[in-house]
Design a protein around this ligand. Sequence first.
Ligand SMILES: [Zn+2]
Length: 251
Amino acid sequence: MCENGVVSTIMQEKAKQLYLSDTYLFESTARITEQGKDEKGRSYIVLDQTIFHPQGGEQICDQGIISGDLFMATIVDVKKTPTGEIFHYCELDIPESLSGVEVSCVIDKERRMLASKYHTAGHLVSGVVEEIAPSLKATKCHAFPGEAYVEFPQASPVPEVSTLQNRLSEIQKSGAETKIFDISAEDFEKRFYKLPYDIPGRQTLRALQIGEYPPVPCGGTHIKNVSEIENIIVKVNSRKGSIKVSYSLYS
Ligand SMILES: [Zn+2]
């Protein structure tokens, strides 16, 4: 569904992305493979494997602590470079020559869970909208808490808020499970549907499926069951030939 998400779901990564296989892994060990400063002078660390999800168009990044025998760094921002490296930005400068050092990593559990709930909720909202109005096809999901929305580049039909709310609450009560699997772009389109954007070559995608809804390519972290998400409150806006469904989670 998400054009931005596709880039991050293509498997050509450098560090092992532990967050892709386990949303609930909040601690791990790793080895520093590189350190440096960006053009703004911010110190960053690159690891051989990471539990820190980088910020993308869909999901906020994880924050947490990376520590070794001689240092402790608070990680305030995580970004993936165009070449696929994951930079863990430190709040303060770190000692030099850390390359090769074994470290412990801990992420902020509450932030990870919030990010995951918002992300899963975004895909659930798009699944429900497409179920109610099959001519609408989501092309963008922005799951940042406080500004989350799913966008449909079609002007109509505009879904009724009450219909969406009722269906969302039904699915949540049903306790639909989420499933993540890898699949080639070719097989994905053969088995499910033609994606609304180009997939270069025979790339492998990581797909997310919620209950019986059609799967979508996604590089984010997701909760196991939609019943774990608080109430999803939606708002529908239609303008300039597109429909935007904003949502927030409310307990
Ligand atoms: Zn996604």
